[in-house]
Design a binder for this molecule. Structure first.
Ligand SMILES: Nc1ncnc2c1ncn2[C@@H]1O[C@H](COP(=O)(O)OP(=O)(O)OP(=O)(O)O)[C@@H](O)[C@H]1O
Ligand SMILES: [Mg+2]
Length: 461
């Protein structure tokens, strides 16, 4: 699989613009970093290509201004393996918990998923054909019942002629006319075993144990076959997925996926400021601080370039792009251990949001909160119309409460809107069939008291 070559930096920014208001520096830096991966892969000189390391980015900005949101949107836009992790989820290697290497393993797993999906599309047609053949084979075992049930005699020139029966069955199968007919198939008893593997791998880090168990169970399973009755429609789905599995060359997929993750993978480390040890130098030893710094120290080799073993093979992390983000409200990027700071050469600041931004967030973003509320209440047959004056008032209040209480950025819009529409939302039956216009007066009436009363607004908004 290739890295996308049709996404120019400005296209990436344009795509992000659909969802995120402002924060142009961050968008630009990310767009350039992503394009650089593609540029690097086009280089013919191996030596030079190896030398070019990604310029990792650190995004700094107050709470609720779009850091995590940018990551979420990137994941959707990019056709490259991307994982988002929270720095606080990790514990120092040697302690109980998730160690930092799992982020690389998750990235590889994501890459395998992407490559596999592409390959699945490639073999789908073949798999469908093979599945069809298998179904016809099963159907022919029930020839008599079929002929009787579907009155095939009338349609067939010669019932004894296998060829014309086959042809007719194929026709009917493709038209879906046999979908509800039951056939009996052999099915290996895999379900329980597979789900228990899932459980183990979700909770533990010990990939090797995991692999051994899987092997063990694989051996067990092949010996226990069961008969199962199911409809043609369901059997078709099952056979297709079985045939896909058989057609896929997992070894090739893993190889490609590892290469893709190595050269195109992006790991987004959110909440990086939360693994800064509080209290600075005086904090001494012991307590949570030591382990936070331990996590930083563990992250270091991964960002710098190391080799990580995964169940799909080993991966070099040198060329993975890392993007970190944090609010840094009580700390600074320079409180990170110096080695780690040096590994994130590009720093971008996200600015706090003002009234105009809030208006744009409400008005212009795809799937904005307003659109969500309108759609939700439409289900109750209530027509909510947001007037411009109403939106402006909400944005104004948002700015005001953020200034007076704590500044929680665009998150404040969520609480404000929820309060604003609470009554309608609760007493929806009263409003059925009605249109509610939300203008400045409406907003004022609903929220004024709350906003006036500073103490109250601290609790409620
Ligand atoms: N610039 C923006 N444009 C559009 N929506 C935004 C913007 N900033 C924040 N939001 C909205 O506000 C909510 C919170 O934003 P987000 O999760 O990105 O905050 P954050 O910057 O990661 O803050 P924190 O440091 O607290 O994690 C999201 O639901 C998002 O939709
Ligand atoms: Mg966040």
């Amino acid at each position: 699989m290739e890295l996308q070559d049709d996404l120019l930096p400005k296209d990436i920014v344009a795509e992000l613009n659909k969802y995120i208001v402002g924060q142009n520096d961050a968008k630009k830096a990310i767009a350039i970093a992503i394009r650089n991966r593609y540029r690097r892969m086009q280089l013919k000189e191996d030596e030079l290509r190896e030398e070019i390391l990604p310029k990792n980015i650190i995004m700094i900005g107050p709470t609720g201004v779009g850091k995590t949101e940018i990551a979420r949107r990137m994941a959707i836009i990019l056709n490259a393996p991307f994982v988002k992790v929270e720095a606080t989820k990790f514990t120092e290697i040697g302690y109980v918990g998730r160690n930092v290497e799992t982020m690389v393993r998750d990235l590889v797993a994501e890459s395998v998923r992407l490559v596999r999906k592409k390959k699945e599309e490639e073999v789908l047609q073949t798999a469908e054909k093979l599945a069809e053949e298998k179904i016809i084979f099963e159907l022919l075992k029930k020839k008599k019942t079929l002929i009787k049930k579907f009155n095939l005699n009338e349609e067939l020139e010669d019932v004894k002629n296998e060829f014309s029966l086959n042809k007719l069955l194929y026709e009917k199968l493709r038209k879906g006319e046999l979908d509800d007919f039951y056939i009996e198939i052999d099915e290996p008893a895999t379900l329980d075993a597979v789900s228990s593997i899932g459980m183990i791998s979700a909770t533990s880090d010990l990939e090797e144990i995991n692999m051994n168990i899987k092997e063990m169970i694989d051996n067990l399973m092949t010996k226990r076959n069961k008969k199962r009755k199911l409809t043609v429609a369901k059997a078709r789905k099952l056979f297709i997925s079985q045939e896909i599995d058989k057609l896929l060359d997992m070894e090739e997929i893993c190889e490609k996926a590892l290469a893709l993750a190595e050269n195109g993978g992006i790991i987004f480390i959110d909440e990086i400021d939360k693994i800064i040890s509080s209290g600075g130098e005086s904090s001494g030893k012991g307590g949570p601080n030591v382990s936070r710094e331990g996590v930083q120290r563990d992250i270091l080799p991964i960002v710098e370039g190391t080799i990580v073993k995964t169940r799909y093979g080993t991966i070099k992390t040198d060329h993975i792009l890392f993007i970190a983000a944090g609010a840094f409200s009580i700390s600074k990027p320079s409180d990170l251990i110096p080695e780690l700071q040096g590994r994130f050469p590009i720093r971008v600041e996200l600015s706090s949001l003002k009234k105009d931004d809030f208006m744009k967030i409400l008005n212009d973003t795809k799937n904005s909160l307003i659109k969500q509320y309108v759609a939700l209440l439409k289900v109750e047959n209530i027509k909510i119309e947001f007037m411009n004056s109403g939106i402006e008032k909400i944005a104004e209040f948002c700015d005001e409460v953020n200034k007076r209480n704590e500044n929680i950025g665009a998150r404040r819009l969520h609480t404000l809107l929820e309060k604003l529409l609470e009554d309608i939302s609760f007493e929806c039956d009263k409003y059925t069939g009605k249109t509610v216009k939300i203008d400045a007066k409406f907003v004022q009436k609903k929220l004024d008291k709350l906003i006036e009363d500073i103490d109250l607004s601290k609790y409620i908004l």
